[in-house]
Design a protein around this ligand. Structure first.
Ligand code: HC1
Ligand code: SF4
Length: 574
């Protein structure tokens, strides 16, 4: 341990602690813009400069390690004046459109300016000087991610997260120096012409509104307000454990009931559970795995419910496409059933003959789900996809007191029942664990196997494996970079019978559409909540879902039947 003084307070911290963390330990607030927990600190914003006795120039607290005996000051007049000037220069290059900005209320620059009452007092830098390629200052070409370089403060976090530090996609990097420095794509191409997989991790770390999810919530709100259409919403497993953070509830608070109540208050006619379709996915994908094992072809089977991963395969390794499960993701299964199944027909003759369709919205922790909903073959089954953050904006916009709502909301039937196996889809390893539970049943070895597979759990980046008696060895890749590393040699072809890949580290609970939490333990807290829901669920295996059983009995016959294939399977294209 080392001891130092910050603003006259003595602080004890471990060696190797940054001054920023040391200040935090002493509950002293040091402002930051470009710092993000878990990513390398580049100290470009200079907001966290502090003075250290004996060192002539102020030092960035995010990148300077605390030393024993340091005497640090964070709030001298000179530092305050510097931060103010720094912010004023940023504002000179920043549009004044907070009122309609998508990150209004969640923008770190806006918060800093508001807290300090800094002024926007310099003439605006002319537009042409903001980006050398003005036509790309605003890029709305991707169905999932919007860029607006006029709002960029050049913190570098997008390039960091898209690059080697996390996602290893390198779609965004920095060009030019000094005043012209800006984050660009390769050849300054629009995002839709790049290898962007739509994971949205860049939107999660962007401190301002320069990178956001393509917003759908305005249109959803207007459609609900008009009440001309029968509206249906489905909610993803990872959303219900993370949306609580948007409303000041403790991270890891499960808000399923509150969420259902809020969705009804927003005007949705039917509130359904994506988890119902996750159970159905397991029935189809589990059966697909067992058929492939029997036939000995196209093994290992890759899971396909993560659209970021599917995008990556299509863009980078089309040779792997035959390995992807043809089972649609739960989002798309749910949309197909809501639009064309028994539920839709029960809404009236116009719905039964297809003249009228219900309006289907999904709430997802994921930005790539927006482009998944537009894929050939499934497009139109889900009309709009909201991220967890967008739904929170809608709820706030309508003044719904989310935190004070009762936790008693119930999903509608019949597309609302689910098991614990479906809930764990939201965490890395959950799809595989859910599949193992049901595959073991199909193989008749269920009673000899545990229900929980600890080896497949955990939110850290990397590859997890487990050998399942009667099935084979399976692998789970937490994060797209882990999958890329695994695919570098050919061992995976022989080593595993099935591989789950989630493009975001930790799985959907770490998705690019989740709340922008800066708690370094946030993924663990969300995962704990997810596994808690499973542990207390009355049914924990997908085949036990009685609504799913009824669907097979009344409409689909058996898993992987012709009827099931028509409604629940898809294809991929290079
Ligand atoms: Fe996911 Fe899925 S688990 S992909 O991570 O298979 O987004 O939460 O909804 O579709 O169920 C996301 C989460 C989600 C689907 C399911
Ligand atoms: Fe990179 Fe993902 Fe952002 Fe695309 S969405 S630019 S792949 S971080």
């Amino acid at each position: 341990m080392i001891t130092l003084s910050i603003n006259g307070r003595h602080v004890e911290v471990d060696e190797g602690t940054s001054l920023l963390d040391a200040a935090k330990a002493a509950r002293i607030h040091v402002p930051t813009l470009c710092f993000y927990p878990g990513l390398p600190a580049h100290a470009v914003c200079r907001m966290c400069l502090v003075e250290i006795e004996g060192i002539p120039n102020p030092q960035p607290a995010c990148r300077t390690l605390a030393k024993d005996g340091d005497v640090v000051t964070t709030d001298t007049e000179a530092l305050t004046a510097f931060r103010k000037a720094d912010a004023e220069w940023l504002l000179a290059r920043h549009p004044n459109d907070c009122m309609r900005c998508e990150v209004n209320g969640a923008c770190r620059l806006q918060r800093l300016v508001s807290e300090n009452q800094w002024e926007d007092r310099w003439p605006k830098v002319p537009d042409g000087a903001v980006s050398a390629s003005q036509e790309l200052a605003s890029d709305h070409t991707s169905p999932s991610i919007w860029r607006d370089l006029s709002k960029c403060i050049e913190c570098g976090l997008c390039a960091e997260v898209c690059g080697e530090s996390v996602q290893n996609q390198n779609v965004i990097g920095f060009a030019d120096r000094g005043f012209d420095r800006r984050p660009v794509t390769v050849f300054d191409a629009p995002l839709s012409d790049t290898n962007c997989i739509s994971c949205g991790q860049c939107t999660l770390v962007c401190p301002v509104g320069a990178l956001i999810e393509a917003p759908h919530w305005h249109e959803v709100l207007h459609t609900l307000d008009a009440r001309r259409r029968v509206s249906v919403v489905q909610v993803a497993p990872a959303t219900r454990v993370a949306i609580s953070e948007e409303f000041g509830l403790k991270p890891g608070t499960v808000s399923t009931g509150r969420l259902i109540n809020a969705l009804r208050m927003l005007g949705f006619d039917y509130v359904f559970d994506t988890n119902f379709a996750a159970d159905l996915t397991i029935m189809e994908e589990g059966t697909e795995l067992l058929s492939r094992l029997e036939a000995g072809t196209e093994l290992p089977l890759f899971t396909s419910c993560c659209p970021g991963w599917v995008n990556w395969v299509e863009l980078n390794r089309p040779d792997l496409l035959p390995h992807l499960s043809t089972t649609k993701s739960p989002q798309q299964m749910h949309g197909a059933i809501a639009k064309r199944g028994r539920f839709a027909r029960s809404l009236g003759p116009d719905f039964a003959d297809g003249t009228v369709e219900p309006y289907v919205v999904s709430v997802m922790p994921c930005t790539a789900k927006k482009d998944e909903a537009k894929r050939p073959g499934v497009s139109g089954d889900v009309d709009h996809v909201l991220t967890t953050r967008e739904l929170a904006r809608m709820i706030r916009s309508r003044g719904i007191p989310f935190g004070a709502l009762a936790e008693d909301g119930q999903f509608d039937s019949p597309l609302g029942e689910s098991t614990g196996a479906a809930q764990i889809f939201g965490a890395s390893g959950g799809v595989m664990e859910a599949m193992v539970r049901t595959a073991a049943h199909f193989k008749g070895v269920e009673d000899d196997l545990p229900l929980e597979w600890e080896a497949l759990r955990g939110v850290r980046e990397g590859v997890k494996t487990a050998t399942i008696p009667g099935v084979g060895t399976v692998a789970v890749c937490s994060g797209i970079a882990a999958a890329q590393r695994m695919l570098e040699d050919e061992d995976w072809r022989e080593d595993y019978v099935a591989i789950e890949v989630m493009a975001c580290v930790g799985g959907c609970l770490g998705g690019g559409g989740e709340p922008k939490s800066m708690d370094p333990l946030i993924l663990q807290k969300r995962a704990k909540a997810i596994y808690g829901v499973d542990a207390t669920a009355p049914r924990r295996r997908s085949y036990e879902n009685t609504d799913v059983q009824a669907l097979y009995a009344s409409e689909l016959g058996a898993p992987n039947s012709r009827a099931a294939h028509q409604l629940l399977h898809t294809h991929y294209a290079a």
